[in-house]
Design a binder for this molecule. Structure first.
Ligand SMILES: [Zn+2]
Length: 458
């Protein structure tokens, strides 16, 4: 898996030196893989159970490499965008006469409207009409406009949030704007399950859809390393709320509360909207679920869960010899910065191959990412990165016998066990709101544990 591990294996062999000085070129990689597999097999014939294990692992790895071409896995990778947002909103396309335009990062409303076919003048007329009701001076990326020319004239929707939609219509040559409630119907559901096989299928068996499962993973991304730390017998409970419009089309789904018991440790999260309007997930004590560092630099996905279970090859943890944590993942899997910081090194670094080093806001902390296949756009020395931002893609550059990410957490430049890192939570629920917060916690926890299935008009 990694140079330290490989070195450890070969150091027990008769010719230590030659094993260390393996050729590093790409073309030699296949040979190296075959070679190390042969070595491991030889050990197993000779000896102890430990080497037998290593041999089996090595063969698994070779088989894994042979069985899965890079492209086939990478192209089928499911990505989802709410690393932080943990909610999904799907606007049902009413019919094909509606034209829908997504707002991209950095977009302003006018260019989006112009992409939809409105002239510049018309676009500004729309913004002007909207202003008294809802300002479109700032629009959120990921949101969208949908518009059409109906029987009575052009009309346009801008869903503002979970509850409100801005409706614009042109009648008698003038645009008119109004705010409309977005939902007519809500459904609360509680789900409960246990890990027996893999999170996605266990969650599906409990009745959850994949989006909800991914959102669940996102909510606990600061506490649980879903790629490495899931175990059979882990349990989860989830309370969701789905919203529907007057025609019964689903317009959104959020997790209201969730609990995940990982290796005997319980983590709970409540969705709560502060008096200032911002929504987030909090522990029942009122601490933010967000913390300085994400638990893992690789995101758990349907692909990675299958990958981990099928392969069962060794994924190394922190030891004195290894000094990092390895994440087995298919080539091309996105690698995320675990915290805010600045790239201090991005380039080839010996056995690490393509390597990125990030210095975090607390300047004694840095994280290192090795064996990348490639860097993400904009990742270069001096670049600022945000928590969760994609910095590169899993590969096997440098001394690696299979695609994986080698991850290190360093304090004052020395690699330490990531388990020992303090992850300070973001701002808690303000003291002034604690009474209201506690009441919501109580209600949610009860709903989640009693296992209600509630349908309600809102
Ligand atoms: Zn490693």
């Amino acid at each position: 898996m990694h140079k330290d591990f490989a070195a450890k294996v070969s150091s027990s062999a008769t010719n230590k030196r030659s094993a260390r000085k393996r050729p590093a070129s790409q073309s030699a990689r296949k040979w190296r893989v075959a070679l190390s597999a042969m070595k491991w097999r030889r050990f197993s014939l000779r000896g102890s159970g430990r080497w037998l294990l290593a041999a089996v692992a090595g063969l698994f790895l070779v088989w894994a490499l042979a069985g899965d071409g890079e492209t086939s896995v990478a192209s089928s990778a499911i990505t989802h965008e709410e690393w932080i947002g943990a909610e999904s909103v799907q606007e049902a396309a009413a019919d094909s006469s509606w034209r829908r335009e997504l707002i991209k990062p950095g977009d302003a409303a006018a260019p989006v409207l112009m992409r939809m076919g409105y002239s510049r003048t018309e676009a500004y007329d729309i913004l002007h009409a909207a202003r008294p009701v809802y300002s479109l001076a700032r629009v959120n990326s990921g949101h969208h406009f949908s518009g059409r020319v109906g029987a009575a004239g052009p009309e346009l929707y801008y869903p503002i949030d979970y509850e409100r939609v801005l409706y614009l219509s042109k009648r008698d040559n003038a645009w008119k704007a109004e705010l409309q409630p977005r939902t007519a119907f809500s459904r609360t559901q509680a789900f409960e399950g246990e890990i027996t096989d893999n999170l996605f299928s266990d969650a599906a068996r409990a009745g959850m859809d994949d989006r909800t499962t991914m959102n669940l993973v996102d909510i606990f991304a600061w506490d649980i390393d879903f790629v490495r730390d899931l175990r059979n017998g882990d349990r989860f409970r989830v309370l969701t709320e789905d919203r529907f419009d007057a025609e019964g089309r689903k317009i959104g789904s959020v997790i209201r509360a969730a609990e995940f018991i990982n290796q005997g440790q319980s983590y709970r999260a409540i969705r709560y909207t502060l008096a200032n309007g911002s929504t987030g997930y909090y522990t029942p004590e009122g601490n933010s679920m967000r913390k300085t560092y994400l638990k893992a630099p690789v995101k758990f996905s349907r692909i990675s869960s299958r990958f981990q279970l099928r392969r069962k090859h060794p994924v190394l943890g922190f030891t004195r010899a290894h000094r990092g944590v390895d994440y087995a993942a298919s080539s091309g899997t996105p690698i995320h910065a675990v915290g805010d910081g600045r790239v201090v090194f991005s380039g080839w670094k010996g056995g690490y191959g393509r390597f990125v080093l990030i210095r975090h806001v607390n300047s004694t902390h840095s994280t290192a990412y090795g064996h990348m296949r490639s860097y993400a756009k904009g990742i270069r020395n001096g670049a600022r990165v945000r928590q969760g931002q994609v910095i590169g893609y899993v590969g096997m550059s440098g001394l690696a016998t299979g695609p994986h990410l080698h991850f290190e957490f360093r304090v004052n430049g020395r690699a330490i066990n990531p388990l020992n890192i303090k992850r300070n939570p973001a701002e808690p629920v303000p003291a002034a709101e604690m009474a209201r917060f506690r009441a919501e916690v109580e209600e949610r926890m009860q709903a989640m544990t009693v296992g209600i299935n509630k349908l309600a008009w809102s």
